[in-house]
Design a protein around this ligand. Structure first.
Ligand code: PLP
Length: 258
């Protein structure tokens, strides 16, 4: 039996099985890693939207992280929905202490269907404490605008440079919320910028952001370099979502690989 690298997601649960922890675990499994979880929040949601959010007590998020680090060699960590300033600070503190080889931070703020997944007052903790620890930060355009406190418009490279200045080693600025016929993602790091471009899917892919960030973490865990991890994860997510399907009454489709 060959050993698989262990990957940890610290994120929220989506009862509809499309985004969050559930998307992360599906991705980790599909990409040949063993997925571990520390759940920060439990959302009640389906393909129509989010009806309730319950964030867990910090002590219990902490004990999940402690439990997995106490047992498993963890090759990469991905963070998603953190819910509150207190949980964001806690996760930053544990990452400073545990120093995983790779940390991918998906700055989840608001669901596509409008539910707030991060308290407004948590932005300071995210920017000051967690983002500087990240190897790769993966904001979409609205998240990037919230982090920068300004509209981006056409000044995409300027935004990329300013996001990089927040302290992550690399920033994947995702263009999915743009308007063109292609989705263009741009990855910025100290060596410059690389671009990935795929035809825009003709439907809403619920959980695609979570899936991309966890795919990057899985490739990093398998020893792929950051540039190659971004490219391979983008290609994999694009291909996987071409086969996405509608499991519920909403129009949103979820990952259906296999
Ligand atoms: N629910 C949870 C727990 C999430 O982490 C996320 C996104 O990160 C979402 C919902 C939103 O997913 P989407 O915007 O793709 O619908």
């Amino acid at each position: 039996m060959t050993a698989k690298p262990n990957t940890l997601t610290i994120a929220g649960s989506d009862s509809g099985g499309g985004a969050g922890i559930q998307a992360d675990l599906k991705t980790f499994q599909a990409l040949g890693t063993h997925g571990l979880t520390a759940i920060t929040a439990v959302t009640s949601q389906n393909t129509l939207g989010v009806s309730a959010v319950h964030t867990l007590p910090a002590a219990h998020v902490r004990s999940q992280i402690d439990a997995v680090f106490a047992d498993f060699p963890i090759a990469a960590v991905k963070t998603g929905m953190l819910g509150s300033a207190a949980l964001t600070r806690l996760v930053a503190r544990t990452m400073r202490m545990r120093r995983p080889a790779w940390l991918v931070v998906d700055p989840v703020m608001i669901a596509t269907r409008g539910a707030r997944l991060l308290d407004e007052n948590a932005m300071g903790a995210l920017v000051d404490e967690l983002i500087p620890l990240a190897d790769i930060l993966t904001p979409n355009l609205p998240e990037a605008e919230a982090l920068l406190g300004r509209r981006i418009g056409r000044a995409v490279d300027e935004a990329g440079a300013d996001l990089l200045a927040l302290g992550a080693a690399g920033v994947l600025l995702k263009g999915g919320h743009g308007k063109g016929t292609d989705v263009i993602d741009r990855y910025y790091d100290a060596s410059g910028v690389i671009e990935t471009r795929y035809p825009r899917l003709p439907f809403e892919g619920h959980g695609s952001g979570c899936t991309l960030a966890s795919a990057i973490a899985a490739y990093l865990a398998r020893g792929t370099s950051p540039h190659a991890a971004v490219r391979r994860a983008s290609a994999w997510v694009n291909k996987a979502f071409q086969r996405a399907w509608r499991p519920g009454a909403g129009t949103a489709r979820v990952l259906g690989h296999g």
